[in-house]
Design a protein around this ligand. Sequence first.
Ligand SMILES: C[S@@+](CC[C@H](N)C(=O)[O-])C[C@H]1O[C@@H](n2cnc3c(N)ncnc32)[C@H](O)[C@@H]1O
Length: 151
Amino acid sequence: MPGIGEMARANRAFLFRAVRHLAADAGIRQFLDIGTGIPTEPNVHQVAQAADPTARVLCVDNDPVVISHGRAFAHSTPEGRAAYVLGDLLDPDAILATDQLHETLDLREPVGLLLAAVLSFFDPDEGATRTRPSRGSSTRSRPAATSSSRT
Ligand SMILES: C[S@@+](CC[C@H](N)C(=O)[O-])C[C@H]1O[C@@H](n2cnc3c(N)ncnc32)[C@H](O)[C@@H]1O
């Protein structure tokens, strides 16, 4: 696809700016990164932990290869946490029910919800009816999302 390299670089640049802003300026110390993708350098947790070494990141993907690579290669600071769990953006209740989510994130505190280059994987009408904010989550939580389109 023409321009895909530029699109991928622009997506990652936005994602890192968003995480840096949320961690450094908005006081967000924990992130839920759904559709996290194969680990690259830097990873979301490295960007967040550069702003605050205690930052905690739960990475979710529906591809088991992504999850096994993440667990093998993504290393957190000792004070923070980077965890990986298999999950589907279209089944948020299952993600919210995982032990990994509750071991990594405190949903009473603000969460940065990251949906980078994943929304284009499914029909927006279907997604809109199957995803919803979590009851009881902090109102100071913030979303950051990207989606590509051909014009
Ligand atoms: C293009 S990559 C984006 C990776 C990373 N977020 C980024 O911005 O560089 C999309 C990722 O979303 C995952 N994905 C696609 N549909 C998903 C779904 N329904 N639930 C969770 N992950 C999904 C894919 O397996 C892939 O790893």
